[in-house]
Structure formats: structure tokens, C-alpha cells
Design a protein around this ligand. Structure first.
Ligand code: ATP
Ligand code: MG
Length: 398
């Protein structure tokens, strides 16, 4: 399934009043989306390795949303398979006095990704046409008279478009994602943050005050999408009332973007190849009798998940699941408890299955994580148990 329904590339108009924040696309529930989510993450991981090796193009994923829409959770899960050396997240807060003494785009230049890198903007210069518009902060700026007379917000839309066009033309893509949560769902999430001690830190009276400007924000978001969507630097408006769906859709957007960028491992030139061959011969000779075993070659179609047709990927996942089941039979619920005790980031059932199968949990770390009553070592039961934990974890996540 595609992402075009959610994409704004300058051709169609975004009408926020008609947008269904509770949309879950073609899925009825989270379980149906798990396999696709996992396979998207696999592809994202492989593509990022190529992007990094190629060092040809950089990419920025910009996230904007009302408070409690789930930005942090989306970023944490979707980008979790990226290698840290090639990715950096920037959280843009209220500008400092130094930042305020410059033009509004100044603070973003140092966060632009080098070629081959991914920058994640957790809020961005779009705040200057959102909160900046809603509260007309620019009216307090000490600026030349010509700026006092200008339509600052209209100018900013144009300046942002020019900035992003410049970036695109000079080797950096900008992909913008608006997580659109409904007013009721925001209220529910705020209540839960107020009620739950461990979530208290996430809510502030400022967040609650901003909620009173809801309609102004909606108007600002709508006009932002309509004024700054372009074919090369699109906006995606993601329904955010169901976290699992928002995460799935963002994984699709990231995957699609990286696929379009189509990075390739850089080929070696003939001279380098020849010289490496010489080194290889020397290395083999240095091993003497201790020898070197040729690594078995993976069948070509399995070496890059992005090249695998969906059914084959599905088959591969199924095979992996069966292999995992065998291992789980041996370790059972104990492994689940150990895993939870380590604070392993639970993202999906398959994640946990993988970690258990890798046996990457240390015995020392077992704590008093509750054991299910029925401790029959049966993969299906373990799966069910994990599913419950994942669901609970998702509830706790905001
Ligand atoms: P979280 O609450 O999940 O930790 P957050 O992104 O909401 O993350 P906060 O510190 O709560 O982080 O909020 C950052 C605040 O900074 C937001 O209210 C945002 O509107 C504000 N902000 C960001 N950029 C600007 C700007 N250019 N002008 C004014 N306010 C801005
Ligand atoms: Mg906040």
C-alpha cells in the first residue's frame, strides 16, 4: 500500500477539517501491520548503510506536531535500526537569545546533514510559521522598518521554500512529516500523563495552555502544508491517533524516500581492486596452515531485502519465525523475563523474538519480572504472552 494518500506535493489542497486523525488505512489492527513494519525497518537499515557508504546525498526528516502527538515515539521506533554514526536528531526548542539575534533560519545551518547522513529535525523552522504565527512573536522583534511593514508569515513561507529548494539543488533532500493528532486524543494523552507519575515529566502547563489555541494551530498547520509543499520537498500528513499506524506510515515514508534516493555501494576502481587482491594474497599467506575458510555466498536475492519481492520477504520472515520458535522452545518464558529485565526496547513482537533467538540477554539481569502462570514452553503461548507485554508497553509509551 502506498503513501500517496497522505502526500502533499504542491498539487492538491490540504483541508485539515476533513482529515481523519483516527485513520488506519487498510489495517484493522496493529497486529496486521507488524510484518510490514519489520520489513520496512529492514530495508531502511540496508539503504542507510548504502547511503552512508556512497556519501552522495543527505536527507532531513522534519517532524512537526501538536504536543503529545507521538513525535518522540515515532522517531525512536522508526529510526531505531539506523546505524548511529550516520544519523543525528536535533530537538529545536524556544530559540535562545543568541539564536533570536539572527535570522530565523540561522540555527538550522549547523544541523544540516553532510552527504550520506540523515538528520532528524524534532521540530524545526516550521515553528516560526506555527507557534510564531499563532502568537505573532515576530511583532516583538527589533528589526528594520521594512520588516515591520512586510507580511512576515507570507515571507517566511517563501523563504522556507527557497531554502529547501536550495538544499535540494545542492544535494540535500527535505521530507516533512506532520503527525496529526485529534483534539480528543491529545486530551486523553494529557490526562494519562497527569495521572501517571512516570509520565509526569512529559507534560507541562505550557502544553495545556497551547491547547487553548487549538483552532489557530489547525489553521496554521493547514496553511503551512499548503504553502510549503513542493514536488521535491513534500509534506506527509500522518494520522496520529493510533500510534502503531503513525509508526507504520512513517516507516513507509522513510523507506520510500531512501528507495527513491537509491543509494549504491560505491564500486572500486580497477587499480584499487588489483591492489586489494595483492593484499588478500599476502593475508592468506600470513595465515599459513591455520587457513581461511571462504564465506558462503548468500543467494543473491536474499542479500538485499529491498530487492526481494514482498512474498519472498514474507517467506523469509516466516522461516525466521520458525527458527526462532525452535530456540524459544529451549529458553521459553525465562528468556522473556530476562529480556524485560534488561529494559530492552519493545517495539514489536518480532523484535523480541529476534532478541530471544539471539540469546543476547544476560542471566545476571534477571529480576523479579513477573512470570506468567502457565509456564509451558510453547512458542505460541510465548508469542501470546509477548503480545500482551507489547500492548501494555504501547499503552505506557506516552
Ligand atoms: P517533549 O515535550 O516531547 O519533550 P517538545 O518538542 O515538545 O518535546 P518542549 O521543550 O516541550 O519540547 O517544547 C519545545 C517548545 O519550543 C515548543 O513549545 C515549541 O513550540 C517551542 N519552539 C520551538 N521553536 C520555536 C520558535 N522558533 N519560536 C518559538 N517557540 C519555539
Ligand atoms: Mg512539549
Amino acid at each position: 500500500m502506498g503513501i500517496s494518500r497522505y502526500a502533499y506535493k504542491g498539487k492538491r489542497n490540504f483541508d485539515i477539517s476533513k482529515f481523519d486523525c483516527a485513520d488506519t488505512g487498510e489495517f484493522k489492527n496493529r497486529d496486521e501491520a507488524v510484518d510490514e513494519f519489520v520489513s520496512n525497518l529492514l530495508v531502511i537499515n540496508k539503504k542507510q548503510q548504502k547511503l552512508y557508504s556512497e556519501r552522495k546525498e543527505g536527507v532531513i526528516f522534519v517532524f512537526q506536531a501538536m504536543d503529545a502527538a507521538g513525535k518522540d515515539g515515532v522517531i525512536r521506533t522508526v529510526f531505531s535500526t539506523l546505524s548511529p554514526h550516520g544519523v543525528k536528531e536535533y530537538c529545536f526548542k524556544v530559540p535562545s537569545s543568541e539564536e533570536k539575534s539572527h535570522d530565523f533560519l540561522w540555527r538550522f545551518w549547523s544541523a544540516l546533514p553532510p552527504r550520506g547522513f540523515v538528520s532528524i529535525f524534532n521540530r524545526s523552522y516550521y515553528e516560526d510559521v506555527l507557534v510564531g504565527k499563532v502568537h505573532a512573536f515576530y511583532k516583538n522583534d527589533i528589526v528594520p522598518q521594512r520588516m515591520k511593514e512586510a507580511d512576515i508569515i507570507a515571507d517566511r513561507y517563501r523563504q522556507i521554500n527557497d531554502f529547501e529548494k536550495y538544499l535540494y539543488e545542492t544535494g540535500t533532500r527535505v521530507v516533512k512529516i506532520f503527525l496529526n493528532v485529534s483534539k480528543d486524543e491529545q486530551a486523553r494523552r494529557f490526562i494519562s500523563r497527569i495521572d501517571t507519575q512516570r509520565k509526569n515529566w512529559k507534560v507541562s502547563s505550557g502544553d495545556l495552555r497551547e491547547r487553548e489555541y487549538w483552532d489557530d494551530y489547525m489553521e496554521a498547520f493547514e496553511s503551512m502544508v499548503n504553502q510549503t509543499s513542493t514536488p521535491n520537498c513534500p509534506w506527509y500528513v500522518v494520522p496520529a491517533d493510533h500510534k502503531w499506524f503513525a509508526r507504520l506510515l512513517v516507516s513507509r515514508i522513510v523507506r520510500k524516500t531512501l528507495e527513491e534516493m537509491n543509494p549504491q555501494y560505491p564500486p572500486l576502481d580497477e587499480a584499487t581492486k588489483a591492489s586489494l587482491q595483492e593484499y588478500r594474497d599476502k593475508l592468506i599467506a600470513s595465515l599459513g596452515d591455520r587457513g581461511y575458510q571462504e564465506q558462503e555466498k548468500q543467494p543473491k536475492e536474499f542479500s538485499d531485502p529491498s530487492l526481494i519481492p514482498a512474498e519472498m520477504l514474507q517467506q523469509e520472515l516466516l522461516q525466521k519465525q520458525q527458527e526462532n520458535d525452535e530456540k524459544i522452545k529451549k529458553s521459553g518464558f525465562k528468556a522473556v523475563r530476562k529480556l524485560l529485565a534488561t529494559g530492552y526496547m519493545i517495539r514489536s513482537t518480532d523484535d523480541i523474538m529476534d532478541a530471544i533467538a539471539r540469546e543476547d540477554v544476560d542471566d545476571e539481569e534477571i529480576t523479579d519480572t513477573p512470570e506468567p502462570e502457565d509456564s509451558d514452553v510453547n512458542p505460541t503461548a510465548v508469542r501470546e504472552h509477548i503480545k500482551e507485554i507489547v500492548e501494555k508497553n504501547e499503552e505506557d509509551d506516552e
